[in-house]
Design a protein. Structure first.
Length: 341
């Protein structure tokens, strides 16, 4: 059941990639405004420096006067001269981390399938628990009992114990699915916010370049570049985090597989450690903006990333606390009902 869900989440991420590509042609609408701003800024920029040199009887330096012309050229061909090279330099990083995540996800699915099969075989080796998961073993134990009152009570207890076990398995599976959904939602949230920021920076990039022509706004150009690169790196950092988390789970599955291959080992059937790492992953995804700001310093994006991380941690811990309390309550009721019988 996990494979269609994984494909669905992958399609959502692909939609965000397509959205960014579809919105880039709208940059042309901003180029006309940016050309006017840049032209006016270039006029003031050149006139001020030429007048200052003439007033001081100094030779005019031509090289600094080329700045407005270079910025104007970038504005006129913004998608080709600015966004194209930037995305071309950064996309190999994103592709490399994406392939790394795909390989880890494939290995994780393979080891998870192997563990589930070994866990079932280990449960079947235990005569006290085999009838809980096997219909053949359950029918075999029923055939061994008669119709005496004592046997009828034992049969009723077997049905109740099997129903309690199946209910507990369904609760664990539902909790696991809930955490997996939150995990994928956290990843999609980071990717959606990242795509929104990149689209805004791309559409308003020509205006930012136009303002950088004016004196006092020269740092606008460096700030725009730093923010764009920093936010673009959210996806590679997110992929690296997912790959590390998947690798940890693979190592844990390999250890569990070694234990299950021992004929004397009987598993408990719980997924506590797996659920713990899902919660860690949910919280960790909202730390991605902060980690990306360590690579490229960009004012504004880092502080917003801290707010996103704080909000994400609060939501994740709240959801984990509510779900944990619900699971504990249900488990306590099941144990209590079994003790009464």
């Amino acid at each position: 059941m996990t494979m269609p869900l994984a494909v669905e989440w992958t399609n959502l991420h692909q939609i965000l990639r397509s959205l960014y590509a579809d919105m880039l042609p709208l940059c042309s609408d901003m180029m006309g405004i940016a050309k006017g701003l840049a032209g006016l800024g270039a006029l003031f920029f050149i006139a001020y420096r030429v007048w200052k040199s003439l007033a001081a009887a100094e030779p005019i330096e031509v090289f600094p006067l080329l700045r407005p012309f270079v910025l104007g050229l970038c504005i006129m061909a913004f998608p080709t001269l600015v966004l194209g090279p930037l995305n071309g330099l950064l996309s190999p990083i994103s592709n490399a981390t994406s392939h790394l995540v795909d390989r880890q996800a494939f290995d994780l699915e393979k080891y998870q399938t192997q563990k589930d099969e070994l866990q079932r075989q280990a449960m079947l080796r235990d005569p006290e628990k085999a009838y809980l998961i096997s219909n053949e073993e359950f029918d075999k134990r029923l055939d061994e009992l008669g119709w005496k009152p004592k046997d009828l009570m034992a049969i009723a207890g077997m049905y109740a114990e099997r129903a309690g076990y199946q209910f507990g398995q369904k609760v664990r599976e539902a909790f696991r699915t809930f955490l997996e959904t939150l995990f994928q939602a956290a990843s999609l949230t980071i990717d959606t916010v990242r795509t929104f920021f990149l689209i805004v920076l791309a559409l308003l990039g020509p205006v930012a370049f136009a303002f950088s022509v004016y004196d006092g706004f020269h740092n606008t150009l460096a700030s725009w570049l730093a923010r764009y690169i920093c936010i673009y790196l959210w996806l590679p950092v997110s992929d690296l985090f997912g790959a590390i988390l998947s690798r940890i789970q693979i190592l844990m599955l390999q250890q569990d597989i070694e234990r299950l291959q021992d004929p004397t080992f009987i598993p408990d059937g719980s997924n506590t450690v797996y659920c713990i790492f899902m919660i860690i992953g949910i919280i960790g995804y909202f730390c991605v903006p902060t980690v990306a700001s360590w690579i490229i310093q960009a004012g504004g994006a880092g502080s917003y990333g801290d707010k996103v991380a704080g909000a994400g941690r609060a939501v994740a811990m709240g959801a984990a606390g509510v779900a944990g309390a619900a699971i504990g309550n249900v488990g306590g009721r099941i144990k209590g009902a079994l003790k009464k019988r």
